[in-house]
Design a protein around this ligand. Structure first.
Ligand SMILES: Cc1cc2nc3c(=O)[nH]c(=O)nc-3n(C[C@H](O)[C@H](O)[C@H](O)COP(=O)(O)OP(=O)(O)OC[C@H]3O[C@@H](n4cnc5c(N)ncnc54)[C@H](O)[C@@H]3O)c2cc1C
Length: 384
């Protein structure tokens, strides 16, 4: 495996993905690392994320990446020198029918093979982990006690500081506008609005703006931005931060207990592509109705704040991570489909290994960026 030859690596995008990669490269002792961020570090999708970290996925690559990230989040201060509160309150998926149950049972079996302690719950066992859930019309649930949540902003700030301490240069308020290539087609640098930066390798990590930047540099990236919103609810006596992050799969709605209150959202998966991040308050009513059917005390929940950000959806809900074969020197880490925060530590580690020509701790083949070239995408029946 041949890797970098000591030349500069330029990472475009200073979100949690770009910062995790910069951190892991410097951790390997690689100091020729520059991050170009057009705004402020962490102000993109990362700033809007609610911080959920779950290992319960149908795709093994997703489960494995988050399993590895959980170890990193658990020892964040040891790795970065910065504090991070990682709360392992678990994730609970509430399942309404036999098809969901079968898909989750298969997924739990796969997750258990990768050392993820998820398990299926019968309806009568659900109230042991979340007493307020109405279970009469549920088929069951899946639950993983080591899933949890952390602040994406705190994590990105910690990675940023550690990357800089390791020798990385971070330019804020600087926009990448194009690529430089030599006659053989090898990428040799990045054009920016403040001059060119030479590079042996360029990694695009522009979050929801992947297609926009891809078009600029001549690489079509099948990533579409979709608005995703979340609402904070006021403290309530029955809500407790130790309750699991709970997803009602049939409606997509979730409750994430946090502090003495919580965050709700998740019923906007059908939002068409676009970059509008205006909060649609009409969605609160159907969200509250879905959640109060499932968790009756939610009927009295008081919504105190709403915000929206962009999720970066790929055609099959899996990220695109790795080299672009026809443009030597160009790499991407995009299309995380709403799971970029929880995957960031492991993605940064695996991509750094690939760049340096070392074996990746998790096989990233399922995420190869050229997998859509000429092939139709088939979505799984139940993917989560
Ligand atoms: C409401 C909401 C809730 C979410 N909840 C979760 C969750 O619970 N768990 C989870 O794992 N994920 C969650 N996500 C998804 C998560 O936010 C993203 O997957 C993750 O933040 C992606 O990180 P990133 O670094 O790729 O993108 P970003 O954070 O968007 O960073 C990309 C950066 O690139 C910069 N950039 C773009 N173009 C250029 C250019 N030309 N030149 C220079 N810089 C450029 C942007 O300014 C931006 O700062 C949520 C998203 C939303 C909107």
């Amino acid at each position: 495996m041949s890797g970098l030859h000591g030349g500069p690596v330029v990472i475009v995008g200073g979100g949690v993905i770009g910062m995790a990669l910069a951190y892991h490269l410097t951790r390997h002792g690689y100091r020729e690392v520059t991050v170009v961020e057009r705004g402020r570090v962490g102000e993109g999708a990362t700033a809007r994320a609610t911080g959920g970290i779950r290992q319960q996925f149908t795709a093994a690559v997703n489960a494995r990446l988050v399993r590895r990230s959980v170890d990193f989040f658990s020892a964040f201060a040891e790795h970065t020198g910065a504090p991070l509160t990682f709360r392992q309150h678990g994730y609970l998926f509430l399942l309404s029918d036999q098809a969901q149950l079968a898909a989750f049972r298969d997924a739990v079996a796969m997750q258990n093979q990768w050392d993820i302690p998820s398990r299926m719950l019968r309806p009568d066992e659900i109230t042991e982990v979340f007493p307020q859930v109405r279970t009469g019309d549920l088929a069951g649930a899946s639950y993983c006690p080591t899933d949890g949540s952390a602040s994406p902003t705190d994590a990105t700030a910690g990675l940023f500081r550690a990357a800089r301490a390791g020798g990385a240069t971070v330019y804020e308020q600087r926009t990448a506008t194009g690529l430089r290539r030599d006659r053989a087609g090898q990428v040799t640098g990045v054009e920016t609005d403040a001059g060119a930066l030479p590079a042996e390798a360029v990694v695009l990590a522009p979050g929801p703006w992947a297609a926009e930047l891809g078009a600029r540099v001549g690489v079509p990236l099948p990533v579409t931005p979709h608005r995703r919103q979340a609402f904070a609810i006021a403290p309530a006596r029955w809500l407790h931060p130790s309750l699991p992050f709970t997803v009602d799969l049939s409606t997509g709605s979730y409750l994430h207990p946090e502090g003495a209150g919580g965050v709700i959202g998740g019923n906007d998966r059908a939002t068409p592509p676009g970059t509008d991040t205006t909060v649609d308050w009409q969605l609160v009513e159907s969200l509250a109705a879905a959640l109060s059917h499932r968790i009756p005390p939610m009927a009295d929940a008081q919504v105190v704040r709403g915000w929206a950000g962009l999720r970066e959806m790929s055609p099959d809900d899996l990220a695109l991570v790795g080299p672009i074969p026809h443009l030597p020197g160009l790499w991407v880490a995009v299309g995380f489909s709403g799971h970029g925060f929880m995957q960031a530590p492991a993605v940064g580690e695996c991509l750094a290994a690939q760049l340096l020509g070392e074996p990746s701790p998790v096989d990233l083949t399922p995420l190869r960026p050229d997998r859509f070239d000429g092939s139709p995408v088939t979505a799984e029946a139940v993917r989560f």
